[in-house]
Design a protein around this ligand. Sequence first.
Ligand code: DGY
Length: 330
Amino acid sequence: MKKPKVFVARILPEEGLNRVFEVCDAEVWQEDAPPPRDVLLEKVRGVDGLLSLLTDRIDGELLDAAGPNLKIVSNFAVGYDNIDVPAATERGVLVGNTPGVLTETTADLAFALLMAAARRLPEGMDFVRAGRWKTFQPTLLLGRDVYGASLGIVGMGQIGRALAKRAAGFDMKILYYDPFAPADSSLPAGAIRCATLDELLRRSDFVSLHVTLGPETRHLIDARALESMKPTAILINASRGPVVDPDALYEALQKGGIAGAALDVTEPEPLPAGHRLLTLRNCLVVPHIGSATYATRTRMAVMAAENLLAGVTGRVPPHPVNPEVLPRRR
Ligand code: DGY
């Protein structure tokens, strides 16, 4: 029997790729950089399934270029703002994602960013590397206390809640803003729900962003929002880069409007080496590594492969984003 034809847009941990190869006639993009748009349009022509990354834009043009065989786009990410889901749904194409498996790992990274920025770890390392550590200095690299400080979580979904659990261990006072979050038992005892984002920003020593990216959250943290924050506050972003206006952030950091920022995601992404945010000592940036542990990336690869294989063989994918397609799928 003919194997389903699929395109995999990057090399993934082998447990995931091996599953794909067992069932499919698969082509895997071998380079570190994403396939250029014109190449991707060509590669997807006639495929039954596409395993995409958050760096691949999946829109109506691409779905049409793939053609009528395409049954599923399986994204190697929990977020799927790179995919025009209504366009896929309209064409009867399933979309899959990888929820759950990266929650704790991403919360670990968000808390690591919080700690590193609060205690100025990258500056400390630069100082030592530069041979400037001559003696113990009472006023060297003074930072902010994490223990007992207030943490404002914007977006109290799975990752926001996992971060809150970590913060509770540091006796942090937890504030959150999320108009849609149910008040259930997974919220830490004593967490305070803020009625507005502005209230959360005014009251927090640390603000951590955990929203999905959409029209209502693009530049949610703009100049006005940054003005509401305490001048001693630190902003953490491990969600999506465009949630923060980078120009407004630069101004706020540069003028002392806020004390620091720690970013796993940026706008643009990747952030070019010459970007002005990188000239600021109070801005810590890492390259979108929230879910980057051996175990989690392997789980994501297996889950993305399972979604893909179910989609191309007519089974129900474990994690469909648009299950409404199932009754009328291709
Ligand atoms: C996601 O899954 O959405 C992360 O940003 C990458 O793991």
